[in-house]
Design a protein around this ligand. Sequence first.
Ligand code: S3P
Length: 450
Amino acid sequence: MSGHGTPIPMTSRPCGPLTGDAHVPGDKSISHRSLILGAMAVGETRITGLLEGEDVLDTAKAMRAFGATVTDHGEGKWSVQGVGVGGFAEPDNVIDCGNSGTGVRLIMGAMATSPITVTFTGDASLNGRPMGRVTDPLALFGTQAVGRDGGRLPMTLVGAADPVPVTYTVPVPSAQVKSAVLLAGLNAPGQTVVIEKEATRDHTERMLQGFGATLTVEDTDDGRVITLTGQPELQPQDIIVPRDPSSAAFPVCAAIITPGSDVLVPNIGLNPTRAGLFTTLQDMGADLTFENMREEGGEPVADLRARYSPDLKGIAVPPARAASMIDEYPVLSVVASFATGVTDMQGVKELRVKESDRIDAMAKGLRAAGVQVDEGPDWWKVTGLGAGNVPGGATVDSVLDHRIAMAFMVMGMATQKPMSVNDGSPIATSFPIFEPLMERLGAQIVRSES
Ligand code: S3P
């Protein structure tokens, strides 16, 4: 788990062109869901291309604690022998989800309608994040929760012995909340309905349908209405996990800002609920091309080529696009520093409750690197200095947040002076091969402060 070991200071130095193929790891969201739904199916689910990052490994450990047999067959191939909907056993010990908000919130949903008592904890970052957004709707099923002040972990949930189905309008744009309610609805009788005003990533809906649940989605004036029929027998699946667009964002953005670069990222998932960054980069004038568009395992996939783009312009990022790129704002703000003009990011309050307060963490680091950032509760603006003009030369606190650490490592590839982070160890939560992959492309990342 990150944040429990020795910090790993890292420095990224200005480098020459980045070139070659970047085979990024499997999608984190789909990896968590593959393990959890596999554990709730009857029979063996086989998974290829699972992300073997710490977050997902913590979810694998948790599924074992609930009674599923989870086996690592090597080279990204895993299997899960599920215990069926409602078949979770009570774990002998506390479930530690490490750094993972997705892990803990989805698992809370999955156990909430079984008559078991479970205590959850995590690292210092996760234990500071709000869980009320999940335990509030779970209470409607009959689940009880007791946690620390502010609805924070460690927290104990007592699953509902006689769950009732629920109709719930998600008050914040959150796929984790939506998914927790749907997973809880699996073991409730009748129909559970989730309404979301803004569409968020829809992997749970797609995968539930793939596992054989009866689930419909309707776009209405009130938003996306998702209706799930409870107590299905989920059928085990063979899942190919697409490569993670949120991880692809790092080599793609690095190529865009580093002179002479030309990088191909093969096989990345391009689900429209995840691909907002790439549209935004194109709007800014980035040289991106999508090759070989196809569908794999129910998800759109393509090979993405990114080339150095010296004439980027700041833009106003449409707030309606926020959910489809919510994890990509840290690295977008780095690209914005190399554009000319202001990049205006509005409607992004959720960034304040991620693995860190990402507006605060990025603003501090960007300012230390010589870039002007203005911010408010749900917005921030980066005033770009243009290609080649960003000073750099700062050490930034990565605040136990993998995406903050990786964003500043990308920045250091094109600043005038190197960029450092005090701790790169959280990178292992989502992108354990980040350093060797970036180095093979031509990056210069070393494990020490400059
Ligand atoms: C995720 C949903 C998003 C995202 C996270 C993964 C998921 O969180 O930030 O990295 O897999 O459902 P929210 O649901 O809190 O927006």
